[in-house]
Design a protein around this ligand. Structure first.
Ligand code: PAF
Length: 294
């Protein structure tokens, strides 16, 4: 496994791989890897000759009041995980190299960010889109892998590569959860034991929505209110609860498939997100497998 910190060096290695007609699978991350990332890496390993993982806590996707400085970092552990997973290249650029002082070019989508997390995190998807275009230009991957836990991000990246004719395929992978149903996230490390218990009401609220929809409820407002009530009763400060079109992210008043039920909430100071996606009748993605009385 090679650890590469310089952009030019990464590009040279990519040219060599491409010269040998080998395929490149790419997993962009912000590090502090967990089993969700491992699942992405394994998918990449299974479908590509060479696997590149990037680790870069991207400053441009954090708002001024957000957790850029305290975002968890553990490079040694990340490298151990990558080595175990037989990653070929770990690309770890510096913020200075990615965003030199004279940097001025950003990539912005005009519609997809006007929903869900984009509303509570202004500028977030501009930062994500910008760094991804840079990483795609450097790594030039055949396939790139993204987790559906960041549902809106997957819609953003699919639009981005289509609109800008970027030559990577995008493959999405379902959310990995802990046994208790909590979606894996690097930010779970912020939670105290007590907060973790409160956080479980997030996947539970998604089960409430699933049951309502399966029982034939189509009034989105009624479903969202039940979810909000349960979240608030369990100590989660709701940022949003939405039922949206799966592709456009437009809010649905009347539930129809394909759609996604998405939640964001604060447990203490930690903002967590989660979702389930009704792809088609009988196919729900990211579903927490927890038993509960509703
Ligand atoms: O999902 C993430 O970890 C980040 O948003 C990404 C895609 C690596 C861009 O910084």
């Amino acid at each position: 496994m090679q650890v590469i910190r310089k952009i030019d060096k990464m590009k040279q290695e990519i040219e060599k791989i491409r010269g040998k007609k080998k395929t490149i699978g790419f997993v962009p991350t912000m590090g502090y890897l967990h089993d969700g990332h491992v699942k992405l890496i394994r998918e990449a390993r299974n479908s590509s000759d060479k696997v590149v993982v990037s680790i870069f806590v991207n400053p441009t996707q954090f708002g001024p009041q957000e957790d850029y400085e305290r975002y968890p970092r553990d490079e040694k552990r990340d490298l151990r995980i990558c080595k175990n997973e037989k990653v070929d290249y770990v690309f770890i650029p510096t913020a200075k190299d990615m965003y030199p002082d004279d940097f001025e070019t950003y990539v912005e989508l005009s519609k997809t960010p006007n929903h869900l997390c984009g509303l509570s995190r202004p500028g977030h998807f501009k930062g994500v889109a910008t760094v991804l275009v840079k990483l795609f230009n450097i790594v030039n991957p055949h396939i790139s892998f993204f987790g559906l836990k960041d549902f809106q991000q997957t819609v953003v990246v699919q639009k981005l590569v289509k609109d800008l004719n970027i030559g990577t395929k995008i493959k999405t992978v379902e959310t990995v959860r802990d046994k208790d149903g909590l979606a894996l996230s690097s930010r779970n490390s912020y939670l105290s034991d007590e907060e973790r218990i409160k956080a479980l009401s997030i996947p539970r609220s998604l089960i409430i929505a699933k049951k309502e929809i399966e029982n034939g409820e189509t009034d989105a407002e009624k479903i969202k209110n039940k979810m909000k009530k349960s979240l608030e009763e369990n100590g989660v400060k709701v940022d949003y609860v939405e039922i949206v079109d799966r592709n456009t992210l437009d809010e649905l008043k009347e539930v129809r498939i394909p759609c996604a039920v998405a939640v964001a909430g604060f447990v203490g100071k930690t903002r967590l997100i989660d979702n389930i996606i009704f792809e088609k009748k009988g196919k729900i993605l990211n579903l927490p497998k927890i038993k509960m009385e509703v």
